[in-house]
Design a binder for this molecule. Structure first.
Ligand code: CP3
Length: 323
């Protein structure tokens, strides 16, 4: 997660020349920063460089990055929802689709490209609150004050993200991931009543693509049994839950992805190794585990620690699944 980004000097060199929004809207540059970690490390997959906010501009939402998203006119009343349009991604985000086409030409054939979108609830948080927050109280207050309008907004976001992900697949993305960074703010009742139906709508509509669908409910330990019904084939798991437990909850039909604490990359090498080993041991011997961090990589991470991580995972999983 955040495989590309500010921890890499080559990314910072690109960012010295262009701001973040320009970077996401310029296909040659977005493709270049997607490829940077792939050139540096023998990674098994690439993730498109973009942001979860990128497609909402086409819905009529104006925002900036400072460095997190800041929305110009947040949604504060049910009537504000009617401002949001459903756009054709080929018209509203042609630069994302072009980035994907460039990447499919330039990536080594054995490295698949993961496309992604924000999950409806996490986008709801930014659109209603207007900016990042630890608690998103305005977004939650909107849920409680206007439950029907909240469902209408989540439903519209679900439909928009379904179209956006389908367009990414048509342009060449080979797996699709939904980031629900703020799922953990919800009680199980709110998750079932609001966030989950919207995820089910998005992922349900993408089943015919026959691509791996990944759903990451961040801080979702208490939500995982419900998240297992999201329509995803893979559940992303943060580092707070042992993968053995995640696999019990997810059941044998779903794979799990995760879940090294990104802070482990700041630990002494032996301790980093120990934590990598523990993730692999917790994942167990049966197939159905995708090694990943438990959330985004920190900007002050040492690129050499990431190199060590990638090497260790390859070394310790060599031949594990008969591959
Ligand atoms: O993983 C990748 O390499 C793909 C790139 C990617 C970015 N954002 C680039 C980015 C992805 C998958 C995202 C998703 C995203 N964006 C999420 C979901 C994942 C998560 O982290 O929970 C969220 C919540 C956002 C919203 C967002 N964008 C925030 C909160 C920030 C500020 C981050 C910070 O640490 O300051 C951004 C900006 C952003 N998105 C950066 C990058 C590399 C930093 C921008 C810069 O270069 O200045």
């Amino acid at each position: 997660m955040r495989q590309a980004g500010r921890y890499l000097p080559e990314y910072r060199a690109v960012r010295e020349k262009v701001d973040f929004l320009t970077l996401t809207k310029t296909p040659e540059l977005a493709a270049e920063v997607t490829l940077q970690p792939i050139r540096r490390y023998p990674l098994d997959a690439a993730i498109l460089f973009s942001d979860i906010m990128t497609p909402v501009e086409g819905m009529g939402v104006r925002f900036d990055f400072q460095p997190g998203p800041v929305v110009a006119d947040p949604i504060r009343t049910p009537a504000d929802i009617d401002r949001l349009r459903l756009a054709d991604p080929r018209e509203s985000v042609p630069f994302v689709l072009e980035t994907i086409r460039i990447l499919r030409r330039e990536l080594p054939p054995q490295v698949p490209l993961i496309g992604f979108a924000g999950a409806p609830w996490t986008l709801f948080c930014y659109l209603v609150e207007g900016h990042g927050s630890k608690t998103f109280v305005k977004a939650k207050a909107f849920l409680f004050a206007h439950p029907e309008a909240a469902r209408r907004l989540l439903d519209r976001l679900a439909e928009a993200m379904a179209a956006y992900l389908r367009a990414q697949a048509e342009a060449g993305a080979q797996a699709l991931m939904l980031f629900d960074s703020w799922a953990g703010l919800l009680s199980p009742w709110e998750f079932r009543g609001f966030a989950l139906p919207a995820v089910q709508k998005t992922l349900g509509s993408l089943q015919d693509l026959n691509l791996p669908l990944i759903y990451f409910p961040n801080q979702g330990a208490t939500l995982l049994a419900d998240a297992a019904r999201s329509g995803a084939h893979v559940l992303g798991v943060d580092w707070r839950l042992p993968l053995s437990r995640a696999r019990e909850i997810a059941g044998p039909a779903l794979a799990v992805q995760g879940n090294l604490d990104p802070a482990a990359l700041f630990a002494p090498p032996q301790e980093l190794d120990r934590q990598i080993r523990r993730v692999l041991d917790e994942a167990g011997a049966t197939p159905g585990h995708v090694f990943n961090l438990g959330h985004g990589i920190e900007r002050h991470t040492d690129p050499d620690a990431v190199a060590r991580l990638v090497d260790r995972v390859h070394e310790w999983t060599q031949g594990k699944y008969g591959g």
